[in-house]
Write a protein that binds this ligand. Structure first.
Ligand SMILES: [Zn+2]
Length: 454
């Protein structure tokens, strides 16, 4: 009897303590632990922007607060897309529609939308960021690169042929309040070293492509935090089997000169894996954008209804890209290249090298938000990762990458940036489409009346 009284009093205390206008309760739901894949049932109470408490299922009932029945649903932390180019404010809302609560914008500086492969200038992105923080606009958390540093002479990037130019590029990007520095290609070695030095001095990470002809292991030793896309110096790490590499080169028509040119990268291939581990560097394979080159007949993707929400120039960019690919004389080479790429992703995953999910939307027809789902599906169905490993690249790894200690878990005291799904994504990664609700900073920002699963 005494025990019952204690229980009653403590429940009363918990209720009084917990109930407050503005709270959100997700009851009786399946909570997925993205570190282990374990699923537990519980009631999740959100206050302000944080998960206040998680109790046993159906133990918390409240009146006067927002209540979502999570029965038979699955709760995961919000998704991140670690490689995007935002050209239009519409994208911000599209990301949330697909449960993407954070993005890393990989830079550019265009004034108005182009083909989709570059971002608008950092001043504009920061303006949107401010409006989102003030609650005047809808969208994900943004980390931005600003104008990229490049040796290619591309007009909307900073040239970095000399140390002075590197200094100028840093100054301008710092003035524009960027979060990190993006390097592109063809950067001379002395400039690369200067980038690494200034990055340290300004406490900014530098990330991006790989400048040929340098060895990737040397670039990683300079401190480049992530490598974007499968670029040629990286490609030779796809296998540790020399005969497989030989077959690839024969089938892809490598000449003696080609072989001579790539020989240093082949020799560096095993160092590359070690360098990633030693430097705790990350790899963003951007499978979704690479896959676009094989999709010239995929009408579901080409005519996706979401394209109506995107700027016409971006859709035109996709059509041009697909026409180029359709007319390509080397479809066999393309599919071989794709196979090598998927093997590389699997090999890196097996070796526990940190992978980041990044779609590169809206380059080559990527659809903000939707393409991140595709990235995860490709990781599972093409590269052979488990759904859990794929989800980690869009949830846990981005939080670790940015050092966000209270994100990436459904746990008391953690930020309530969450996605509620009607189907289990660990059973089938395509269930990532089955979004019931999206929570950003504890607020229900999306809620679907019907259960949908594409
Ligand atoms: Zn990109």
């Amino acid at each position: 009897m005494r025990n019952l009284r204690v229980l009653f009093l403590s429940l009363l205390f918990v209720s009084c303590h917990l109930q407050r206008k503005g709270d959100v309760l997700i009851s009786n739901t399946n909570i997925i632990d993205l570190e282990t894949g374990a699923i537990s049932k519980g009631d999740v109470l959100i206050r302000d922007s944080v998960i206040l408490t998680i109790s046993k299922p159906n133990t918390l009932s409240f009146s006067g607060i927002k209540y979502i029945d999570g029965t038979d649903h699955f709760l995961i932390p919000g998704l991140w897309d670690m490689h995007v180019h935002i050209q239009d404010s519409t994208y911000l809302s599209m990301f949330l529609d697909y449960g993407v609560i954070g993005v890393r914008d990989m830079g550019g500086c265009v004034i108005s939308p182009t083909d989709g492969c570059e971002s608008v200038c950092p001043e504009m992105l920061n303006r949107w960021k401010g409006e989102m923080e003030a609650g005047k606009m809808d969208g994900p958390k943004l980390y931005i690169a600003g104008t990229q540093l490049s040796g290619t002479g591309w007009p909307t990037s900073f040239p970095v042929a000399t140390k002075e130019e590197v200094g100028y590029a840093f100054e301008k990007n710092v003035q524009a309040e960027v979060d990190f520095i993006k390097v592109y290609e063809k950067i001379p070695w002395e400039s690369y070293r200067e980038i690494a030095r200034l990055a340290k001095q300004y406490h900014l990470d530098f990330t991006g492509h790989v400048s040929e002809p340098f060895l990737l292991s040397n670039i990683l030793d300079l401190g480049q935090k992530s490598v974007e896309h499968i670029l040629e110096p990286l490609l030779y790490s796809f296998t540790d089997d020399p005969s497989e590499l030989e077959n690839f080169m024969v089938a892809d028509g490598y000449t003696e000169d080609d072989r001579k040119f790539v020989q240093p990268w082949i020799e560096d291939a095993n160092n590359v894996l070690e360098s990633f581990k030693k430097n705790q560097a990350w790899f963003t394979p951007t499978m979704a954008v690479q896959y676009a080159r094989l999709r010239y007949k995929d009408t579901h993707w080409i005519e996706h209804p979401e394209r109506k929400r995107m700027p016409p120039s971006v859709n035109a960019g996709m059509k041009q890209h697909l026409t180029r690919m359709l007319n390509s004389q080397d479809h066999k080479g393309d599919s071989l290249w794709w196979q090598a790429l998927t093997k590389l992703v699997k090999r890196f995953s097996n070796e526990n090298i940190g992978l980041l999910a990044g779609s590169d939307a809206a380059c080559e027809g990527g659809i903000p938000g939707y393409s991140l789902h595709e990235e995860l599906i490709l990781m599972v169905e093409e590269a052979g990762l488990s759904p859990l490993s794929a989800l980690q690249t869009a949830i846990i790894n981005p939080c670790t990458y940015f050092g966000l200690q209270h994100n990436g878990k459904v746990q008391e005291g953690f930020n309530a940036d969450l996605v509620l799904l009607t189907e289990n994504p660990l059973e089938n990664i395509r269930n990532i489409h089955s979004i019931k609700a999206v929570f950003k900073k504890g607020k229900v920002v999306r809620f679907s009346q019907e259960d949908r699963n594409e």
